[in-house]
Write a protein that binds this ligand. Structure first.
Ligand code: ADP
Length: 496
């Protein structure tokens, strides 16, 4: 059970570990159990992966604590930087295989996973740079006499990182990168749907010189391994990305030792198109704001508000755009939309397709699962555009996590601000207009962590990303991300 070997459909074989990484060693789960991971495009079993549970989490946390208290705490920032740079080089060298592993394990097409290259490498090199740029401050105080004060920025300690399946490589790097940059140690719990790339990244971490216990990887299920990590009394921080329902459980589980928590959760993001927008850009922009990754992106712009006077024309154009996208097995480099990640997700999304129709929305494109030929073996839902959607419909309120646009008409700016914000979430948002004053007004008025104007889903390692409201708290990317992994200590020195 050491190696997974999978036919890649063109690029040869790809292989990687399938056991737990604890204290620098590849080990079986204490229970001896394994679980299957499948290719969602074909339903084929890719590998049996060790199924970590509470006992394995205990072992991994103990190893991470030993490393944190031991030699890792004496590793200088520039050495951590070099480790991250070596890791970036290794990821670069093996990028095509990592992208293919993501494609095989969670279905996103190669056209997408390969395009993640710059982002993933950029993140690793950004965190490498930050490793030597972190510092406390000297702060002038107003106390009488000679007493001097300054702050130290110290790693928060042992971090439990729990990630979803919708971008396994980038999600892993988004957690391991800041941990290594700040001097934390980490136990990464990949999603049960897609553990292979995180495990392969673990192997590259060892090759890059990450010392034993600093990066541990424990695949397993949420209710067992994930819950154990969230509740563990010796974990100092949990960095979680996933659904808001699980986020609430994580917060509850964290109460035992009041561990630090950062949460990047779901969304029902408004994407607002004004009649004065450059429609040539807005049509594919609004389409890919939802169809990219088959809609399995937490900040997808799923509530498409379109100004009434262009509503029919615009929704028709987005529907045509969606219908022309090539859906299929993501190993085909021409495919633009892959399968949903699992049978469970397929059931959820097709359930919403039925709900949308029952509620009276009209599918202009898509609307039913694809079952032609080979597609029947996988979990394929085509790009779907629902017109005639009202704010009170479930498809306009609930996160679907599929390639489903709910297109809603609006007439004026104040109204669309009000309706755009009428959601419990606040992760992403889009605005399409040529009018700079409208753009600024909305950028201020929308209650969400990101506002994309005349673009959607732009991301950069230096620019913070995160949620308002029930989309979570804490930020990833940017300086603030590093702060999430640091404690601030005030030091007072009486010098007289
Ligand atoms: P999704 O619905 O997108 O799969 P989840 O929030 O269920 O999102 O899963 C995201 C991650 O959270 C996965 O790694 C999953 O195993 C983990 N997880 C699920 N339930 C729990 C839980 N109760 N405690 C901790 N982690 C969990």
């Amino acid at each position: 059970m050491d190696t997974v070997t999978t036919v890649s459909g063109g690029s040869g074989l790809v292989s990687g570990p399938t056991r737990l990484l604890i204290d620098g060693q590849w080990v079986n789960a204490a229970s001896g159990k394994t679980f299957e991971t499948r290719n969602p495009a074909t339903g084929e079993i890719l590998a049996d992966v060790a199924e970590g549970d509470a006992e394995d989490v205990n072992r991994a946390v103990a190893a991470a604590r030993r490393a944190f208290k031991g030699s890792w705490s004496r590793v200088k920032p520039n050495e951590r930087q070099m480790i991250l740079l070596r890791l970036a080089d290794l990821v670069e060298r093996h990028f095509d295989d990592l992208a293919l592993l993501d494609t095989l394990d969670m279905g996103a097409p190669l056209s997408r996973t390969r395009a993640g290259r710059q982002r993933v490498l950029g993140m690793l090199r950004y965190y490498a740079g930050m490793a030597t740029a972190l510092h406390g401050e000297t702060i002038e105080n107003s106390l009488p006499g000679d007493i001097f004060s300054y702050t130290l920025k110290e790693p928060v300690g042992v971090v439990g990182a729990i990630i979803p399946w919708n971008g396994p490589l980038s999600a892993s790097v988004w957690k391991i990168g800041p941990a290594l940059a700040t001097g934390c140690t980490v136990i990464l719990k990949p999603a049960e749907e897609a553990p292979l790339t995180p495990l392969r990244l673990g192997e590259l971490c060892l090759e890059a010189g990450v010392p034993p216990g600093v990066v541990n990887i424990v695949p397993g299920f949420g209710e067992t391994a994930g819950a154990a990590l969230a509740a563990h009394p010796d974990v100092d921080k949990v960095a979680f990305t996933g659904s808001h329902v699980t986020g609430q459980k994580i917060v509850q589980a964290s109460a035992g030792n009041l561990k630090r928590v950062s949460l990047e959760l779901g969304g029902k993001s408004p994407d607002i198109v004004f009649a004065d927008a450059d429609l040539e850009a807005a049509v594919p922009g609004a389409g890919m704001a939802v169809f990219a990754n088959s809609g399995q992106i937490c900040s997808a712009g799923t509530r498409l508000f379109v100004e009434q006077k262009i509503y029919d024309e615009f929704t028709d154009r987005v529907a045509k755009y969606g219908s022309n996208l090539r859906v299929g097995d993501g190993r085909d480099p021409d495919v633009q939309v892959g399968p949903l990640v699992s049978a469970e997700q397929l059931e959820r999304v097709t359930g919403y397709l039925a709900i949308g129709k029952q509620e009276g929305a009209r599918p202009l494109a898509g609307g039913t699962r694809l079952i032609d030929g080979k597609l029947a073996q996988g979990y394929f839902v085509p790009p779907t555009v629902f017109a005639g959607v009202r704010d009170d419909m479930r498809i306009a309120q609930e996160e679907i996590f599929g390639p489903v646009i709910s297109a809603i008409p609006f007439t004026d700016i104040e109204e669309v601000i009000e309706r755009g914000n009428a959601t419990t979430f606040g992760l992403g948002s889009g605005v399409w207009t040529k009018d700079v004053s409208k753009a600024h007004k909305l950028a201020k008025a929308i209650r969400a962590g990101s506002v994309w104007v005349n673009c959607y889903q732009a991301m950069d390692p230096a620019v913070p990303f995160g949620g308002y409201k029930m989309s979570g708290y804490g930020r990833e990317s940017g300086l603030q991300h590093l702060e999430e992994y640091l404690n601030v200590k005030a030091v007072w020195i009486r010098t007289a």
